[in-house]
Write a protein that binds this ligand. Structure first.
Ligand SMILES: Cc1ncc(COP(=O)(O)O)c(C=O)c1O
Length: 396
C-alpha cells in the first residue's frame, strides 16, 4: 500500500513524551514555554503512523482479549523474524541462541556496563554522542573516557590512534559504539568498523554496538552490522524495532551476542525479561512484513533531509550542516552567528517555540552552539518549525 506521510496525526493526549510531557520538559530546563503552539522535534521518535501490518497485528492481540504472561521464546516466530530481517536486509546471519530480548536499547547499554565492568572502570565513548551513554556510564559509577571525534566540514571520523591509546589502559573495559552515529548521522564504513573492532580485540575491551538507527540509511549508503564484518569475538550487538518502525513505546530491543561466555555474563546482568504480547506481535509483523513501509519512509526522510538542508542554505546560510548518511537527525552548527548558546536557545526554544536538542546534551565540553533536530515529522510541520526559527535569525 502507499502511505501518506504528510498526514498530521494528533498525538496530544496520548502520553506522548514529545507532545504531552510539558511539565517534565520544563523541569529538564529545555524550555520555559510549552503550550499548544510548541513544535517538539527533539526526541527521536516519528510522528508517522506505523506500518499497517503492525497495526493489524496489534488489533489481533486486542481482539483475543487476554493479556496474560507472554514469552518471546515460547514460539519460534519471534526469533525467526529477527533472523530473517537481518539476513535479508543486512546480510548478517544470526543464530537464535544469540538473541536476548531487552526492554529498550538504553536499558541494554546499562546492562552491558554492569555485565562487563566494575565501579570505577573506564568506558570509552566518542563525543559528540547520544547523551544517555554518558548517563549510563556515570549512573553506574563508571568513568567516561572520551575520544573526541575528528571533524572536517561537518564530516566526523574516529581518531583511532587516540582510541587505541585509551583502550590500552587496563581499567578501560568497554567501548560503546553508536552505529550509525547519533548525532552526526555517519554510517561507518566496513574498514572503520574493522579497525575499531581490531583495537578492541587487541586490548581486551568489549565492543558494545548500539545499532538502533541501522535501518534508516540514506539511499546510496550501506550499514554494516559490526558483528558481521569484524573478526572479534567480544561484541554485544544492540538492535531494536523502536527507531525503525516507530514503536519506541513498545520497548522492543534485542541484544545479540555470539560469544557464549559474553552472553552468559550479559544474561546474568539482564535478569529474566519477557516482552509484552503487543511487543511480540509488533516485532513479528514488522520484521516479516515491514519492508514495504520502510522503503517508503526512507524515501520520505531522505526528502525531509534534502528539504531541510536546502531551506537552511537559502534562509539561514550561517548554519553549517552536512547531509547525514543515515538516521533522521540533522546536526546543525549555529556558531557562525556569533551568539551565545543562551541567545541561540532563547531564539529557538522560547521565541520560535520549537524544541530541539542542544549540542551540550551530546558533548558537554564542545557541543555549545550546536543543535540537533529530528526530521521524522510530516514535512508541513517541519516547514512551520523551520520558518519560525529562520524568522528569529533574519538579518543576523
Ligand atoms: C543511539 C541511540 N540509542 C538508543 C536510543 C533509545 O533507544 P531505546 O528507546 O530503545 O532505549 C536512541 C534514541 O534516540 C538513540 O539515538
Amino acid at each position: 500500500m502507499k502511505y501518506n506521510f504528510d498526514e498530521y496525526v494528533e498525538r496530544r493526549g496520548t502520553y506522548s513524551m514529545k507532545w504531552d510531557a510539558g511539565e517534565m520538559i520544563q523541569r529538564m530546563g529545555l524550555t520555559k514555554t510549552f503550550d499548544e503552539n510548541t513544535i517538539p522535534i527533539f526526541t527521536a521518535d516519528m510522528d508517522f503512523p506505523c506500518p499497517q501490518p503492525v497495526i493489524d497485528a496489534l488489533h489481533k492481540v486486542v481482539d483475543q482479549r487476554i493479556f496474560g504472561y507472554t514469552s518471546q521464546s515460547a514460539l519460534p516466530d519471534y526469533n525467526n523474524a529477527i533472523i530473517r530481517w537481518f539476513r535479508d536486509r543486512h546480510q548478517w546471519e544470526i543464530d537464535p541462541e544469540w538473541i536476548s530480548y531487552v526492554d529498550g536499547t538504553v536499558t541494554g547499554v546499562n546492562v552491558a556496563i554492569r555485565a562487563f565492568s566494575e565501579p570505577g572502570d573506564g568506558v570509552l565513548i566518542t563525543r559528540p554522542i547520544y547523551g544517555p551513554f554518558t548517563s549510563a556510564i556515570v549512573g553506574n559509577g563508571r568513568r567516561v573516557v572520551n575520544s573526541q571525534l575528528l571533524e572536517k566540514d561537518g564530516y566526523y571520523t574516529m581518531d583511532f590512534a587516540d582510541i587505541e591509546a585509551k583502550a590500552k589502559d587496563p581499567s578501560v573495559k568497554i567501548f560503546i559504539l553508536c552505529s550509525p552515529h547519533n548525532p552526526s548521522g555517519r554510517v561507518w564504513t566496513k574498514e572503520e568498523l574493522q579497525t575499531l573492532a581490531d583495537i578492541c580485540q587487541r586490548n581486551d575491551v568489549v565492543l558494545v554496538s548500539d545499532e538502533v538507527h541501522c535501518d534508516l540509511i540514506r539511499r546510496g549508503n550501506k550499514h554494516y552490522p559490526v558483528a558481521a564484518v569484524a573478526d572479534n569475538q567480544n561484541i554485544v550487538m544492540l538492535t531494536a524495532l523502536n527507531k525503525t518502525f516507530n514503536t519506541a513505546g513498545l520497548k522492543c530491543s534485542n541484544a545479540i551476542i555470539a560469544n557464549p561466555d559474553l552472553r552468559a555474563r550479559y544474561k546474568k546482568a539482564l535478569g529474566f525479561k519477557t516482552a509484552s504480547p503487543f511487543t511480540i506481535a509488533a516485532l513479528v509483523a514488522a520484521y516479516t512484513q515491514g519492508d514495504e513501509w520502510l522503503e517508503q519512509i526512507i524515501d520520505y526522510i531522505d526528502g525531509n533531509i534534502d528539504w531541510a538542508i536546502d531551506f537552511l542554505h537559502t534562509h539561514m546560510p550561517k548554519v553549517k550542516c552536512r547531509r547525514p548518511e543515515g538516521t533522521y537527525v540533522l546536526w546543525m552548527d549555529f556558531r557562525d552567528y556569533g551568539l551565545t548558546p543562551e541567545e541561540i536557545h532563547e531564539k529557538i526554544y522560547e521565541k520560535a517555540n520549537v524544541l530541539l536538542e542542544g549540542g551540550k546534551m551530546f558533548d558537554p565540553d564542545q557541543g555549545a552552539g550546536y543543535e540537533r533536530v529530528c526530521l521524522s515529522s510530516p514535512r508541513p510541520l517541519l516547514e512551520e518549525a523551520f520558518t519560525r526559527i529562520a524568522r528569529e535569525f533574519e538579518g543576523l
